[in-house]
Design a protein around this ligand. Structure first.
Ligand SMILES: Cc1cc2nc3c(=O)[nH]c(=O)nc-3n(C[C@H](O)[C@H](O)[C@H](O)COP(=O)(O)OP(=O)(O)OC[C@H]3O[C@@H](n4cnc5c(N)ncnc54)[C@H](O)[C@@H]3O)c2cc1C
Length: 339
């Protein structure tokens, strides 16, 4: 059996690993135009924190994706591969001056070992936002950061060591894959699906961040909706913004100024940070998320191992029954002979 995984971002790599676990004797290829730093995934801060509005269809499936993902990453975190895979434990705070609901997360409260309200003294750790005397609400929690810049090469190395192969190639239409001998192809092209599947429901939510060197920052900090400071192994990510249906891939200097101002207000020591680069990414947003792999929006790093397990089960069922269940208009799994 020959299986193609189209896309080599976090969704493609996690899907390739899961499919390989399930079908160890299959010939599996990851086919993608861009690998590693050429993917959207490589720029994400990679914090394990789903948004409270994220939905994989219904509450049960959504919680399962998130729990399966957490278990997958947590297992690597406690193994000798943690460093090479770019996975580390982090803890920190989310503060709000507006509403206690901003500091809550029903997915994580059920899952993480520590997720608790911040005490009064903790609400004073960061300077309060302009116009108020202190942060009103806060929570402290412990989670993980998964840096795709390390995870993607590590994941593909594991995949190749088990006999998988990678092919650099742009696919203009799924029919391009006819003649390559694949029995099944799983589409993991992220925002690329907009063009490949002509999916009007897939829209970008533009994000912009700074990557800075500030090795003294060891915890993450969120302030209300869109201000975040997330440490990685070599840089700290400062964000951000969420701009619906914006296709602008250049750095916007007004966004830069706003992010810098908000992050240095939240953590003044960042004024001494050394700028490494600025980065813009288009989050692939889809309501609803397609069957498993498209429309992960701002949470693809968090949810992709779980969605990959789900996709692998669907492939198994497809092989058994011969029926494709592609709910949503973006094609997720294809029987190549039927293209
Ligand atoms: C600023 C910002 C911060 C973020 N922070 C986080 C975070 O902290 N935590 C989190 O969980 N998520 C975060 N995200 C979201 C996360 O980055 C995405 O959900 C995730 O990267 C999507 O992964 P993907 O594999 O679907 O897409 P991609 O990484 O874009 O990969 C798509 C792959 O498909 C290939 N491809 C596309 N079209 C074609 C084609 N026609 N032919 C061949 N190959 C093709 C590409 O080359 C690539 O290999 C953030 C996003 C942004 C913008």
């Amino acid at each position: 059996m020959k299986i193609g995984i189209l896309g080599a971002g976090i969704v493609g790599v996690n899907t390739a690993l899961q499919v390989q676990n399930e079908f160890p004797n299959a010939q599996i290829s990851v086919i993608a135009e861009g690998f590693g730093n050429e993917t959207l995934s490589s720029g994400a801060a990679g914090i394990f924190r789903p948004g409270t509005s994220f939905s994989a269809g219904n509450d049960e499936v959504t919680q399962k994706w998130i729990t399966d993902s957490y278990d997958f990453y947590n297992q690597i975190l406690h193994s000798e591969s943690a460093f090479e895979a770019g996975i580390m434990q982090v803890s920190g705070y989310i503060f709000s001056s507006k509403s206690p609901s901003i500091t809550k997360n029903h997915f994580l409260e059920k899952l993480l070992p520590i997720y608790r309200p911040a005490g009064d003294d903790e609400l004073e750790i960061c300077p309060s936002p302009e116009g108020s005397s202190a942060w009103k609400y806060g929570a402290y929690f412990q989670t993980m950061v998964i840096e795709s810049s390390s995870f993607l090469p590590w994941g593909l190395k594991v995949f190749e060591s088990r006999g998988g192969e990678t092919k650099q190639r742009r696919v203009e239409a799924f029919t391009d894959l006819l003649g390559d001998g694949y029995d099944y192809v799983i589409n993991c092209t992220g925002f690329g699906s907009k063009w490949l599947c002509n999916d009007r429901k897939l829209v970008p939510i533009r994000g912009q961040v700074y990557k800075v060197k500030a090795p003294w920052v060891k915890m993450f900090y969120y302030g209300d909706y869109d201000t975040y400071i997330i440490p990685g192994s070599t840089t700290v990510t400062l964000g951000g913004c969420r701009q619906f249906d914006s296709y602008k891939t250049e750095v916007d200097r007004y966004d830069s100024a706003s992010i810098w101002d908000r992050c240095t207000s939240l953590l003044p020591s960042l004024k001494r940070a050394e700028l490494v680069r600025e980065w813009v990414g288009l989050r692939p947003y889809r309501d609803p998320v397609n069957s498993f792999n498209m429309g992960t929006c701002g949470y693809g790093v968090t949810t992709s191992p779980g969605s990959a397990i789900h996709a692998t089960k669907a492939l198994k069922e497809l092989i058994r029954s011969g029926k494709v269940d592609n709910s949503g208009s973006t094609t997720a799994i294809m029987i190549v002979s039927k293209l």
